[in-house]
Design a protein. Structure first.
Length: 63
C-alpha cells in the first residue's frame, strides 16, 4: 500500500512569499521558501560562512 504524501502550499498575502511544505513520511519533511527578488539579491551578495563539515570536505579535496 502506497503512503500518501502531504503537500501544503501557503501564500503570505501582500508579501509575495511562497512557502512549500512536503511530508514524505513520518521521518522526512521538506520545506522551501521563495524569497522576494530584492531579498534574493541580498542573500546572494552575502558571504557564506562554511560550516565545520564543509571545511573538512575542502581539506579532503586538497589531498
Amino acid at each position: 500500500m502506497e503512503k500518501k504524501k502531504h503537500l501544503k502550499i501557503l501564500k503570505k498575502a501582500n508579501a509575495k512569499h511562497y512557502y512549500l511544505w512536503l511530508q514524505i513520511d513520518s521521518h522526512l519533511e521538506l520545506s522551501f521558501l521563495q524569497l522576494k527578488p530584492s531579498e534574493y539579491e541580498q542573500q546572494r551578495k552575502e558571504k557564506l560562512v562554511p560550516t565545520a563539515d564543509v571545511e573538512d570536505d575542502l581539506e579532503d579535496d586538497k589531498i
